[in-house]
Ligand binder design. Structure first.
Ligand code: BGC
Length: 831
């Protein structure tokens, strides 16, 4: 431009114009060029200047994502007939069509025209190049980055991701250091494969064992859930990528997940369903929080300012961004006002509504600026903005090694009569059960991973040097190969929708009792795996899922008889993502190993535990009830549907308004079982080892008037092999006006690997906040005066040592806002 100006002034001189006039004109031109307002650029200028330079349309574009395409489906035609409502899909499918009767959201032209940086990622934001704002990429999910393994049809370079052990397994390790290590490896894949934010960890409370996504979540207990999520966030974010803790909040079921109105008391919310998020936010500062699909006490969580601003930001100090779950909520303007900064996956009509709202004064420009600022603050820290090199080559071998060890640390030995395990003098194994040959590495839906491989138990045992009964192995292999073909065909016909509507796995292979007898006779031990899979969009069922099917029970019966008839031991391995009924059949098995869904090295990890290479040290972070009807929420799960008010959503599927009331209040999981004297099959905190640990020397130190309680505990390995023990510190608090559970977990730790005879002293520290319950009347956390009992346990039912201390004065630990009350009080369970 300056060149041009000089050129023009030369010409003025050449035409012999008045030199003064020419000079003045030149000066005017120069000033015009140079005083033109400077366009701020993200990263070079303050964010406030960038926001100030954005047009309203640009702001409204940034707060709404760039749409979403089902992998394998073509972009949508840009018509308006395909406009769908905001609610309705079990998982919002986004752009794409091609299925008969399918109704899909409007296409985002930019989403169609800009090539995806990470194919298969769940979403991205709009770029605004004139201001130096790049598009960032958001990818699922909690058990490994979920992206397409092949890009642009080019299979010469692949992007398979590691399937890490599911969250429930990781929590069962009770080892936050381990979870941090897993998170660090996981985050490396997020970075190397080009995503900026990982949509996880999932951390909803496992309110009911039938929750379809329980495998994506950690625990029924908020301290475990919050501590594990914090460790995972720290590990992931140590790579310079972001996380999104989800789904905030009270999203504890899949049935009617986009329409269900969760009715819960402020106390249950504060102590159980928000507490875990509070711990994770305060400890680990996740870059983002994902609001949930459901309504909470009458308002969509993504449209609830009390939840997303008053509690999350004002009370807990969260300073990242909040995004919706995919297609969540029904009012983009209300979402902005609530502090839900980013609407995902987004469609142009939502931006349009935001523009209109600012223009007609129903949305304050200052609020929109805040939302935009949160997004820009994240973008500026993102790998995309920093132009971090994408290698496409994370160290998958190293990660597989981490997975193998981590999975073995979270497996739980439920039963081990006569020291059946570790396997001794065993050479030949009769290995039964479909999932012994087809490992379920993790669950389905957005929690699934395109993993390069999954080691089944058959391979794990073979690699450990065992010989598997060959006729049995052949029978399973043939049967499962045929099933695989069927499933591949069905999935191909469904296209990308297979993710949401996976084909049913094959029924257990039925072997003739004679064949089972023969193999029990000819082998040294019989191992049977029972498998379960579940995932997004659907809860599990009490029959043929929580309860074993008749076929499975018959199989256990036949195998037990055959094994014991030949004086062989019978071991059951559980390759499951959530609790099943065990009490009615456990007598028939000599040993039971709960292997969970252990990630891609599963068969090796299982073999490591079965052989004693790894001494099991996992403990339950979720109760295994004796019967489904014992579950405190059984009568209120998944709630009531209002079918007469149903409308049609994506795929013509019914959108049914529903309501669920958390009548059990704070009595979730072991808080209920221990208070009401109901004995589960396996209690929270339970887990055996190949060695024995002795607890001693519990000391509790609390000086009157001080704010802390210091606890120490000795754990000694009294057995013959090395091992690790989980120490659980429960607290029984004095009762005043508030109902209190019999005990609550307040601290936990895990020993190092203790050699036989070795002792370790573990230290814990509680503060007044740990003693406090939430008093809804005062809207405050209050630690009551009186006598408290500290209980050191090997499970919530196996308390080994206790010690008392007294808290001198009732203390208001924290006063908080009186928000989130249901319209009418809930008649909650009380002791
Ligand atoms: C799930 C989220 C997931 C998102 C993007 C939603 O249906 O609930 O957990 O992150 O889809 O795939």
């Amino acid at each position: 431009m300056v060149k041009k100006t000089v050129g023009l002034s030369k010409r003025l001189h050449m035409k012999k114009t008045n030199p003064r006039l020419a000079a003045a004109l030149t000066l005017i031109l120069f000033l015009f060029q140079h005083c033109k307002p400077h366009t701020p650029t993200l990263g070079q200028d303050p964010i406030t200047d960038v926001v100030a330079a954005m047009t309203l349309e640009e702001k409204a574009k940034l707060v709404v994502g760039m749409g979403f395409r089902i992998p394998g489906m073509p972009p949508a035609k840009k018509d308006t007939q395909n406009q769908a409502q905001d609610t309705g899909a079990s998982k919002g499918p986004g752009q794409g069509q091609g299925l008969p009767g399918v109704s899909l959201p409007a296409s985002d032209p930019e989403g169609d025209s800009i090539a995806e940086k990470v194919p298969g990622a769940a979403g991205r934001t709009h770029p605004i190049p004139r201001l130096g704002i790049p598009s960032i990429t958001l990818s699922d999910g909690p058990a490994g980055i979920r992206i397409s393994p092949i890009r642009n049809g080019d299979s010469s370079k692949t992007y398979y991701a590691t399937a890490f052990p599911v969250a429930t397994l990781l929590a069962s390790s009770w080892d936050t250091n381990l979870v941090r290590t897993v998170g660090a490896a996981f985050g490396d894949e997020v970075l190397q494969y080009g995503a900026d934010v990982l949509l996880g960890p999932g951390m909803n409370i496992q309110r009911n064992p039938l929750g379809g996504r329980n495998f994506e979540y950690y625990s029924e207990d908020p301290l475990i859930s919050g501590s594990m999520a914090a460790a995972m966030v720290q590990g992931l974010q140590s790579n310079g990528v972001g996380t999104s803790i989800k789904h905030f909040a009270a999203n504890n079921q899949e049935t009617d997940r986009m329409t269900v109105n969760t009715l819960a008391s402020p106390r249950a919310l504060r102590e159980i369903y928000l507490k875990n998020f509070e711990i994770a936010v305060k400890k680990a500062q996740p870059w983002t929080v994902m609001s949930s699909y459901n309504l909470l006490n009458g308002t969509y969580t993504s449209q609830n300012k009390d939840l997303l601003t008053t509690i999350l930001r004002d009370e807990w100090g969260f300073n990242g961004l909040v995004m919706t779950d995919w297609f969540g909520g029904d009012d983009p303007v209300a979402q902005m006002k609530a502090g839900n900064d980013l609407i995902m996956p987004g469609s142009p009509d939502k931006s349009q509504k935001i523009v209109e709202a600012v223009k007609n004064g129903t949305l304050d420009q200052a609020q929109l600026d805040k939302n935009v600022t949160h997004i820009l603050e994240l973008i500026i820290n993102s790998p995309e903005f920093k132009k971090t090199a994408i290698t496409g080559k994370p160290d998958l071998t190293d990660h597989a090694h981490i997975v193998r060890q981590a999975a073995a640390q979270g497996m739980i030995l439920l039963k081990n009569d006569d020291n059946t395990l570790p396997l001794k003098n065993v050479h030949r194994i009769a290995l039964l059960g479909n999932t012994s040959y087809n490992l379920i590495a993790g669950g389905t839906g957005s929690g699934s991973v395109n993993t390069a491989y999954a080691v089944p138990l058959s391979q794990g045992l073979a690699d450990a040097g065992f010989q598997l009964d060959s006729p049995v192995t052949t029978a399973y292999t043939q049967y499962l190969n045929a099933a695989k073909e069927r499933i591949a065909k069905e999935n191909a016909a469904k296209g990308g929708l297979a993710l949401l509507f996976p084909s049913t796995p094959p029924a257990e292979l039925t072997l003739a009792p004679g064949k089972i007898n023969d193999c029990a006779h000819q082998n040294d031990v019989v191992i049977l795996t029972i498998g379960r899979n579940a995932g997004e969009g659907k809860d599990r069922e009490p029959e043929n899922d929580f309860n074993l099917s008749k076929q499975e029970k018959d199989l256990i019966n036949t195998v037990a008889k055959a094994a014991h008839g030949s004086h062989k031991k019978f071991v059951v391995v559980l390759n499951i993502g959530g609790p099943i009924e065990i009490a009615s059949w456990r007598n028939q098995a000599d040993a039971i190993l709960l292997a969970w869904q252990p990630g891609l090295e599963g068969g090796h990890s299982m073999a490591d535990v079965l052989t004693g290479k790894t001494n099991p040290s996992g403990h339950l972070a979720t109760t295994f009830p004796a019967n489904y009807k014992d579950v405190p929420s059984a009568g209120n799960f998944p709630g009531t549907e209002f079918k007469d008010k149903a409308t049609k959503g994506f795929f013509g599927m019914p959108v049914i308004p529903a309501e669920v009331t958390y009548k059990e209040g704070i009595y979730v999981g072991y808080r209920y079982y221990t208070t009401f004297g109901v004995h589960p099959a396996y209690p929270f905190g339970y887990g055996l080892s190949y060695t024995q640990f002795v607890y001693s020397g519990l000391t509790v130190d609390h000086a009157t008037g001080s704010n802390t309680v210091d606890i120490s505990l000795d754990i000694t390995n009294h057995g013959a092999v090395a091992g690790r023990e989980v120490a659980q510190i429960y607290l029984s608090a004095p009762k005043s006006t508030l109902d209190k559970p019999a005990e609550e977990l307040k601290a936990f730790g895990k020993t190092k690997e203790l050699q036989p005879g070795e002792k370790q002293t573990l230290h814990f520290s509680l503060t007044a906040g740990d003693l406090a319950s939430f008093d809804p009347g005062a809207s405050a956390w209050i630690a009551d005066a009186g006598s408290y009992t500290v209980k050191a346990g090997a499970s919530s039912e196996d308390i080994r040592e206790t010690a008392d201390f007294s808290w001198a004065q009732t203390t208001i630990v924290e006063k908080v806002h009186s928000v989130l009350a249901p319209q009418s009080p809930i008649d909650e369970l009380k002791k």
